[in-house]
Design a protein around this ligand. Structure first.
Ligand SMILES: Nc1nc2c(c(=O)[nH]1)N[C@H]1C(S)=C(S)[C@@H](COP(=O)(O)OP(=O)(O)OC[C@H]3O[C@@H](n4cnc5c(=O)[nH]c(N)nc54)[C@H](O)[C@@H]3O)O[C@H]1N2
Ligand SMILES: Nc1nc2c(c(=O)[nH]1)N[C@H]1C(S)=C(S)[C@@H](COP(=O)(O)OP(=O)(O)OC[C@H]3O[C@@H](n4cnc5c(=O)[nH]c(N)nc54)[C@H](O)[C@@H]3O)O[C@H]1N2
Ligand code: SF4
Ligand SMILES: [Mo]
Length: 680
């Protein structure tokens, strides 16, 4: 019997694994985050074990036939190492790029960053987390001087008076977390959901606002306008704990409810109802997720909602504040330990001389040898195979072909590479394009830490041996570093890597120095920052001060610019994208789990729109945007705005349509809105 955590989302639900040949998932009731509850994906997670599509041997593309053929590890790693060496000799160190994932353990993310900066000497590394919570991260850094998705344990939600969920469908994306909303309502609290679709989460809410996609920013401006007019701003808190409110106050003055209604489609009355609720509440918690964040103005949108929480005096107060619901299993830790273009371990910035000195010291290399900041995820992919861009890409933990915005274009860039190397569990759509595929271990077959959406560092423990022929990402990275002649140490034992990571993070914003595997086991996870073995960890942040230089939170005035692509005659509708309960991300894993329903891609649209275009439930419709087209069955539902269509992105298709316009601060693509047309 082994206690571990689910292979999927950022809740990192605790689970117990039993059996060896047939691995069985059972509850782990003592683990506090999920109290024994799991969603369908968690219960069926063992479905990939022993799956016939599981990769168990490296594959190398035969140049003459173009086919991927089985190869030994030595051959496969030699092909990678010699390819890398040749390309770097001809084009310089940045000719080789690395793409990581927020599903990788802390140890993997850390070692991947070290591989890039030390063994490859390339600045070109980034990861799929850029597509996930990066806008919230930018806004939190700006406002609080620190980015930990939730600055409090998730269970604190139950004690808040009003919880506002902006663009989160947590009843489907982290189902065990929905019990906190139920308990909060049993206590007499109120749940507000802001989503263009009336989702399963909205079914648990008291007030549901259904804005036009991409208009959460003016909604927040309108709410603050009303709060200020009602005298509901906590002036003492604003004076004592923040800076910048005067500019924000001026900037919301012109956002009266009727103007907000014209822009967002949310009735002025509903906006007033929300403001009244917030003004009368003792504690308010505002949470954002991808619905609000995956926009070209995602950072500004999150900042606007943080402004609301700050004006009410909520941030740092018990059972209140602002938080972002991070998404991937290690979405939090994945952005702290150096697989991001601008970062070194411990959430240090790569252009900070002191940070470079410290990390270079741990790695035993000169600080001057570390490269500078590289391109953000989409900019990196967009540059692949161009005259100035990388010519080789190493992918660990992302299925880019399915999940990247404007995926047809990105797939063309991947095809233009001289060398594509993908380490994966299965032959994902991206691995299928690779020159070299490296089969790696999955969750139950290896150990490592994950940092969940609360900033709680948890331990995945190995329960079963890996299939023969498969290596861990850590072993792959270590083997590559050694073939590339790196003199720095690349341990491949997870606990050893963690100890090094902890040292590298010491003194950084995300300080793990006091955390060990033993402590995590004994304490059901440890919240960072935890600088020493005696330190209890930090479940709640900001009670006395924010992490800015002067200890105050920053209000930042933001303007509504609108989505990069607005509807017009040719594309009169809004397209938005997202998730369904039973599938995970690009579907590489969950589409192969037989116990999960796989209905394929579909197009959700309103009966009025369906009538107008002649669409019938279950029959094919065609969605087009300026980038591509998708033919898929219609799902006619009264729960979506009549001017909006929704497509889940777990299957190839949604991202042929999406817009790759980027948020200028975070590099987040506009997954959540573009202009579209529908026909039958
Ligand atoms: N079942 C399942 N669970 C998952 C995942 C999964 O793939 N499947 N992935 C995990 C990951 S990595 C993440 S990031 C999280 C994501 O978790 P969520 O953010 O909850 O998931 P999404 O479905 O992407 O988006 C949430 C909602 O945003 C709404 N939305 C769309 N456009 C807008 C808009 O402009 N404004 C507002 N306010 N709402 C809008 C959508 O209708 C959708 O209901 O889920 C995690 N959990
Ligand atoms: N249209 C649209 N597109 C989106 C989104 C959206 O809302 N709408 N959401 C975006 C978001 S929030 C996210 S997080 C991304 C996610 O999209 P992806 O980056 O594609 O994420 P996954 O599907 O989880 O891909 C993980 C891949 O790595 C493999 N894998 C799993 N574990 C490991 C491991 O430990 N090591 C290695 N080497 N491989 C492993 C899996 O089999 C899979 O092929 O999609 C983004 N794309
Ligand atoms: S909610 Fe997330 S972590 Fe929990 S069982 Fe489901 S997918 Fe796994
Ligand atoms: Mo995500």
């Amino acid at each position: 019997m082994t206690h571990t955590h689910c292979p999927y989302c950022s809740l990192q639900c605790g689970m117990t694994l039993t059996g060896r040949r047939t691995l069985e998932v059972q509850a782990w009731p003592e683990f506090p985050v999920n109290e024994g509850g799991l969603c369908r994906k968690g219960w069926t997670a063992a479905g990939l074990r022993g799956h016939r599509e599981r990769l168990t041997t490296p594959l190398v593309r035969d140049r003459s036939t173009g086919e991927l053929v089985a190869a030994s590890w030595d051959t496969a790693l030699d092909v990678v190492a010699s390819g890398v060496r040749d390309l770097q000799a001809a084009h310089g160190p940045d000719a080789v790029a690395v793409f990581g994932g927020g599903g990788l353990t802390n140890e993997k993310a850390y070692l991947l960053g070290k591989l890039a900066r030390v063994a490859l000497g390339t600045s070109q590394i980034d990861y799929n987390g850029r597509w996930c919570m990066s806008s919230a991260a930018s806004a939190s850094n700006q406002a609080f001087g620190l980015d930990r998705g939730l600055p409090f344990p998730l269970a604190d939600l139950e004690q808040t008076d009003v919880c506002v969920l902006v663009g989160s469908n947590l009843a489907e994306t982290m189902p065990p977390a929905a019990r906190h909303l139920d308990r909060l309502r049993e206590r007499g609290g109120t749940v507000v959901v802001v989503d263009p679709r009336r989702t399963a989460t909205a079914d648990r809410a008291d007030l549901v606002l259904q804005p036009v996609p991409g208009t959460d920013l003016p909604l927040a401006l309108g709410v603050l306008h009303l709060l200020d007019a009602a005298g509901a701003v906590d002036e003492d808190y604003v004076a004592a704990r923040t800076t910048g409110f005067d500019d924000v106050r001026r900037s919301v003055a012109s956002w009266w409810p009727e103007r907000v209604e014209r822009v967002s489609g949310v009735a002025a009355e509903q906006l007033r109802a929300l403001a009244t609720l917030l003004a009368g509440a003792g504690t308010v918690t505002v949470l954002t997720a991808r619905g609000a964040e995956q926009h070209t103005q995602g950072t500004a949108t999150v900042q606007a909602w943080i402004n609301v929480a700050l004006a009410l005096g909520m941030c740092g107060k018990p059972h209140a504040g602002y938080g972002c619901l991070t998404g991937q299993g290690n979405g939090q830790g994945g952005r702290e330990h150096g697989q991001k273009a601008d970062q070194l371990p411990g959430y240090r910035m790569i252009d900070d001389p002191a940070a470079r000195e410290h990390v270079a010291g741990v790695w035993g290399v000169p600080a001057a040898s570390l490269p500078g900041r590289g391109r953000s995820a989409h900019e990196l992919l967009d540059a692949l195979g161009t005259d100035t861009g990388p010519r080789a890409l190493l992918v660990h933990g992302s299925n880019i072909v399915v999940s990247a915005p404007n995926a047809t274009h990105v797939t063309e860039r991947l095809a233009a590479l001289d060398l594509l190397v993908v380490a994966d569990i299965v032959l994902s759509e991206t691995a299928a394009m690779a020159d070299v595929v490296l089969p790696v271990t999955q969750w139950a077959e290896e150990s490592g830490t994950m940092t969940n959406l609360e900033g709680r560092v948890v331990l995945r423990q190995q329960a079963v041996p890996p299939p023969a022929g498969v290596r861990s990402d850590l072993e792959v990275i270590a083997a590559l570093a050694s073939r590339l002649g790196s003199t720095a140490a690349f341990p491949s034992d997870p606990e050893e890597v963690f100890a090094e990571l902890a040292r590298a993070s010491a003194g950084g914003r995300a300080d793990y120095a006091g955390i060990t595997y033993d402590r995590i086991r004994a304490e059901h996870g440890v919240f960072w920052p935890c600088p020493t073995p005696e330190h209890p960890g930090t479940p709640r942040l900001f009670a006395d001060a924010f992490a800015t230089a002067d200890g105050r939170a920053r209000f930042v005035a933001v303007e509504h610019v609108g989505a990069a692509e607005q509807p017009d005659d040719a594309y009169p509708l809004h397209l938005t994208t997202g998730r369904v309960l039973a599938q995970y991300q690009s579907g590489a894993q969950t589409r192969r789990v037989r116990a999960l329903p796989d209905d394929g891609v579909f197009v959700e649209l309103h009966p009025m729109l369906a009538a107008r275009v002649g669409a019938r439930d279950g029959e094919a419709v065609v969605v087009t945007t300026r980038r591509g087209e998708l033919r898929a069955p219609a799902r006619v539902v009264a729960t979506i705005r009549p001017d909006t269509v929704f497509v889940p992105f777990h299957w190839v298709g949604a991202n042929r349509l999406t817009n790759d316009a980027l948020d200028p601060t975070s590099g987040m693509p506009e997954f959540k809105v573009c202009a579209a047309a529908v026909r039958t």
